[in-house]
Design a protein around this ligand. Structure first.
Ligand code: 2BA
Length: 109
């Protein structure tokens, strides 16, 4: 068995959860926050039998889109007055950041 941990954008989360559920996968949805943008994103936990893992990954890949977002630079530059000001940078977020872990035990009590 595998545990898929998928960090996705909020905009894709509802459609992804619905599609996974419709295809018979069990899903837990967590509200999370990205460390870099400090903006909300969604983390899904999907426990799957080994032979269904690739199917779930295919759904995630198909559903989640890359988007560009503006962010403040984490390292501000010195302005003309010697004051440090953050400057805007464009980052490409997603489609999905996915970890696949081997599950040692799976129990429901
Ligand atoms: P955030 O940490 O908010 O990052 C959002 C996007 O900002 C990233 O998109 C990436 O394009 C950019 N970014 C992140 N760190 C950066 C840096 N030091 N310098 C420049 N740009 C940077 P994604 O790579 O698609 O990541 C989307 C979200 O997935 C991340 O949100 C974070 O919540 C999660 N994530 C990404 N890599 C991870 C990892 N290795 N471990 C745990 N979570 C991760």
């Amino acid at each position: 068995m595998k545990l898929i941990i998928a960090i996705v954008q909020d905009e894709d989360a509802s459609r992804l959860v619905s599609t996974l559920m419709n295809e018979g996968y069990g899903v837990t949805r967590l509200a999370t926050t990205g460390g870099f943008l400090r903006a909300g994103n969604t983390t899904l936990l999907v426990g799957v039998d080994d032979e269904k893992c690739q199917g779930a990954l295919d759904v995630i890949e198909k559903t989640c889109k890359c988007r560009k977002q503006m962010a403040s630079s984490p390292t501000p530059v010195a302005g003309s007055m010697g004051v440090y000001v953050p400057y805007p940078i464009e980052v490409t977020v997603g489609g999905a950041t996915v970890f696949v872990l081997d599950v040692d035990q799976f129990k429901k009590f």
